[in-house]
Design a protein around this ligand. Structure first.
Ligand code: ZN
Length: 200
């Protein structure tokens, strides 16, 4: 996660909710629905792999969530120009979900700036180049995908609390986990965002 990786919707500072006590979380199964959009035929396989990796990661971190993913070719990519929470203008692309009650994630080979992706309530975009870079550097591209996907879930109630703004980890006193030679990961934070108990 990088601080420059902030969502497009203008969100006021002080936007983080109060953390929820672990013992208040009751894990109730729920379904979420995501469209993963790819731009060219050659990208379909990568999109399918991204789907499998995300579903596996969500199954590991938040097994109470059944994530239903459709992998679809783009039909209506839209330009996304907005200000991030620091007030910086950015240009990216997004795709509307295929229906109500769904989120969307566009995987793009286009230039979206230096960020790994962008996300806001309902939709997100991830950079293919950054996914490949992450893998080359020994990291996991799913870490980019899950981060942007959690942006799309902001405000949805899971297990009695709303999915927080995913860039708020440190405000909630979460830290990244560092492997000896591995990449930084935020699995404990993502578990929290997705309404899982910290302790199994
Ligand atoms: Zn972010």
């Amino acid at each position: 996660m990088t601080r420059s990786d902030l969502p497009g919707s203008p969100v006021a500072p002080g936007r983080c909710d109060t953390p929820v006590d672990d013992d208040r979380i009751r894990e109730v199964s729920m379904d979420l629905f995501l469209d993963v959009f790819f731009e060219g035929e050659a990208d379909e396989e990568l999109a399918r792999r991204a789907k499998e990796d995300l579903v596996a990661e969500v199954g590991r971190l938040a097994p109470h969530i059944t994530l239903n993913v459709d992998v679809l070719p783009v039909t209506d990519t839209r330009e996304w120009r907005n200000q991030d929470v620091q007030g910086q203008w950015f240009n990216a692309w997004y795709h509307e979900p295929s229906g109500a009650g769904r989120q969307s994630l566009l995987i793009t080979d286009r230039d979206i700036g230096a960020v790994e992706g962008r996300g806001t309530g309902g939709y997100a975009v991830v950079s293919m180049k950054k996914m490949a870079e992450k893998e080359r550097g020994g990291g996991y591209s799913v870490d980019i995908v899950i981060h942007e996907w959690i942006h799309t879930l902001r405000g949805i109630e899971i297990n009695g609390h709303r999915v927080p703004f995913v860039d708020c980890a440190t405000e909630y006193d979460f830290e990244c986990e560092r492997g000896p030679n591995g990449p930084d990961r935020w699995t404990a934070w993502y578990r929290y965002c997705l309404g899982a108990r910290a302790t199994e």
